[in-house]
Design a protein around this ligand. Structure first.
Ligand code: GLN
Length: 192
């Protein structure tokens, strides 16, 4: 069997830190910037950054429809922060022309934690991990609505911050900045 390759969407944002963690865990990664590169990968990480810019770049590169189709066919995806917004079914406080992939049945609100708490850190209890995980939140989206088929794996107060629906996992924080590879490792085990 050929070893699986994890794609890291590299249009914009914090893709390099994700790739570094995945490589450290012993998997091969490749940066994805064009639709035909999607055919090379067995799973995909969509990083944090700026969802409005990523939406525009996904449209411009012609990747929006092929990516949406691959995810609907079952491509495992892990989206963090802006990646979570792009994978959601609806975004609030986005730009009017901002597009989403509709891959997980949640509504996100951009920068939803408000001005005072734009960036914060919180130790998270994550289902599947036996010790807390340090969550770094940077202008994070808040989950305003959760569909019935979405499982919540971690919350801050009553707000879901790590969710999964079938092949789609999303986090509103930045696991690639925590100096802790357990969440990436858990995701890789789940999809293998
Ligand atoms: N606020 C950003 C957005 O709307 C997300 C922030 C992040 O990815 N760290 O896309």
């Amino acid at each position: 069997m050929v070893a699986p390759i994890v794609g890291v969407l590299a249009l914009q944002g914090a893709f390099a830190a994700h790739a570094a963690i995945l490589e450290r865990l012993g998997v091969s990664t490749t940066e994805i910037r064009k639709d035909d590169q999607l055919d090379l990968v067995d799973s995909l990480v969509m990083p944090g950054g700026e969802s409005t810019t990523m939406s525009m770049l996904l449209e411009r590169s012609g990747m929006l429809e092929p990516l949406s189709a691959r995810i609907a066919e079952g491509l495992p995806v892990f989206g963090t922060c802006a990646g979570m917004i792009l994978l959601s079914s609806e975004v609030m406080d986005g730009r009017p022309d901002q597009r989403v992939l509709g891959a997980i049945d949640i509504t996100t609100r951009r920068n939803g934690y408000g001005r005072q708490t734009e960036s914060f850190e919180s130790d998270l209890e994550i289902t599947g991990l036996d010790a807390p995980f340090h969550g770094v939140f940077i202008r994070a989206p808040i989950v305003e609505r959760l569909g019935e088929s979405v499982s919540v794996l971690a919350s801050v107060d009553d707000d879901a911050v790590l969710c999964r629906q079938a092949n789609v996992t999303v986090a509103s924080f930045h696991p690639e900045l925590a100096d802790d590879d357990r969440l990436h490792s858990m995701w890789l085990k789940e999809i293998s």
